[in-house]
Design a protein around this ligand. Sequence first.
Ligand code: PRT
Ligand code: ZN
Length: 297
Amino acid sequence: MSNATDRLRIAVQKSGRLAEPSLALLRRAGLVFRSSRDHLFLYGENMPVDVLLVRDDDIPGLLVEGSCELGIVGRNVLTEQRLAAADSGGAAELLSLGFGGCRLAIAVPQGSAIGEPADLAGLRIATSYPALLADWLRENGVSADIVVLNGSVEIAPRLGKADAICDLVSTGATLAANRLRELVTVFESEAVLAAAPGILTPAKAALAGQLAARIAGALSGDGVRLLMLQAPRAMLPAIERMLPSRETPSVLSLDGRPDDVALQALCTVALDWQHLEALKRLGARGLMVLHVERMLA
Ligand code: PRT
Ligand code: ZN
């Protein structure tokens, strides 16, 4: 079922770790949605963009078959399916989205003698990510047996089904609760914006490009602050040296006050009270630090 309508479709996880942050990001990109009665579909009210709510594992396939043009999915799922399909025509990663961060790691029972990856030779490793694991084993010259499990991977060693596991880890609490010790990271992941491999109509390509640019713009404001102040013109060099600026600050003249200037600077590091007090000691006044909601270069 390829998407022959004029509306762009974006696939998002229906429920789970990525569901809420994905929709929140689309809202920050300016989309307004109305939910369908079956809650499987969100109709875009202010742009010709609809959201399909699906299982995360289905997203790469929906992109490859052309049912959706964009998707938000973990890089782990996207790459696993691309490696498993063994073709280069899979969905492409457009942007890292800064949430859903985790790592695919090999872990062994706490009491095990396995101390380094080479010790895994000839052992059984349980995982739901056989293609990513096989790729890592091949690159690292380790020959081990992969046991594919679709869930509860962390209990496989206790059940005697495997000697080690290869699973997603974020805090490490699940490994600790199952008396497992992390050995090595196989793959770093986070949520990504992915695109269908096929050629889009010009209208859809323009819409996808616009949406990707808006998402990038919403993300680029994360952690960025706008500092505003006024200061004696003579103190400008000293003040500029103190700024953790991301680019050259804008300096504006003030009507009727030739000896003073207003300054605006985008800063990527936190501006704490000490920073502001030091600027004030240099003569700055009316200091303000503002959150940046979105940016368009
Ligand atoms: O129903 P559906 O198939 O859509 O959901 P799902 O159950 O397959 O996915 P979900 O919601 O669990 O995860 C979706 C995506 O979130 C994953 O594909 C990853 O990209 C990302 N993600 C980030 C994680 C984690 N962190 C994570 N910690 N996915 C799973 N986990 C699991 C991990 O497998 C382990 O069981 O959480 C447990 C470990 O967590 P810690 O904090 O104890 O280390
Ligand atoms: Zn899933």
